[in-house]
Design a protein around this ligand. Structure first.
Ligand SMILES: C[S@@+](CC[C@H](N)C(=O)[O-])C[C@H]1O[C@@H](n2cnc3c(N)ncnc32)[C@H](O)[C@@H]1O
Length: 257
């Protein structure tokens, strides 16, 4: 199975998911790849825990940015008051339309089009986007999303190739050795922090997911769960997770500044 991320070519991330069969390919990949299935189970648990911790008893207005086929949106749409998904790819959104039943789906690029005209959301999710977006697109998207976040809202995003993970470091090095001009995106926790800070936000929680991913060694779902559960309890290990999930809010400025 080809790694979905490595199919991203040099055409630019905005264009990368627009070809006709992309939505169906994406779905197949996440339904059949063992590691991705495991990560998805962890992502769901963590997202729901974040909702309980940060937005309990609040009416939630969700914006799922770069919603693609609606993976994250589908998990949340029945748990929120209003649900909106936005993406630039008609092919990805065609799958989302078959899966979502109470989400407003918008095909647009919010970094260049003002389609949400002054609307605000107290939950913004952005999964599997920032890692692969070019630096210019990362900042443009984070800045646009910042403008749509309510004062008490949270933005939740992930980085599924964290450079702090020993496995990702190994894969990255191996990839560069074999294929110096190829693409294997990685992002450090420091880069996540800089991206967020640059847009006037701050990371308030970092949830680790995916610890044991040795290349080419099949690891069972249950062994992965056991290792993740154990590592979750040991705080000093958190930064080594392959897929950290960040919870951000608007940065509070000091009084007098
Ligand atoms: C890897 S998919 C992630 C989909 C979904 N968030 C998930 O986690 O399954 C990345 C998505 O980002 C979308 N995308 C790329 N550039 C975008 C932009 N400027 N605005 C909105 N979506 C964009 C792509 O079309 C693609 O559907």
């Amino acid at each position: 199975m080809q790694d979905e991320d490595r199919t991203v070519t040099k055409i630019g991330y905005r264009e990368s998911h627009k070809y006709a069969s992309k939505g169906a390919e994406y779905e197949t990949y996440y339904r059949t790849d063992a590691w991705e299935k495991f990560l998805w189970s962890r992502e769901q648990e963590i997202i729901l825990r974040i909702l309980d911790r940060c937005l309990a008893d609040k009416e939630i207005h969700l914006l799922d940015f770069a919603c693609g086929t609606g993976r994250i949106t589908a998990l949340l749409e029945d748990r929120v008051k209003t649900s909106t998904g936005v993406d630039v790819s008609g092919s990805m959104l065609a799958v989302a339309r078959t899966r979502l039943h109470r989400t407003e789906i918008i095909e647009a690029d919010i970094t260049t089009e003002n389609v949400l005209k002054g609307r605000k959301f107290n939950l913004i999710t952005a999964f599997r986007f920032f890692l692969n977006a070019e630096p210019e697109l990362r900042s443009a998207a984070m800045n646009a999303l910042r403008g749509m976040l309510t004062e008490d809202g949270i933005l939740v995003f992930n980085n599924h190739h964290s450079l702090a993970s020993p496995w990702i470091r190994l894969l990255h090095r191996r990839h560069l050795r074999k294929n110096p001009n190829g693409i294997f995106n990685v992002m450090s926790i420091e880069q996540m922090t800089e991206l967020v800070t640059g847009a006037g936000l701050e990371i308030i929680e970092l949830h680790p997911a995916g610890f044991f991913h040795p290349p080419k060694v099949p690891v069972s779902y249950w062994l992965n769960r056991t290792i993740d559960n154990a590592a979750y309890r040991i705080k000093c290990l958190h930064r080594f997770a392959e897929n950290p999930i960040a919870v951000c809010r608007l940065r509070k400025t000091c009084p007098g500044k």
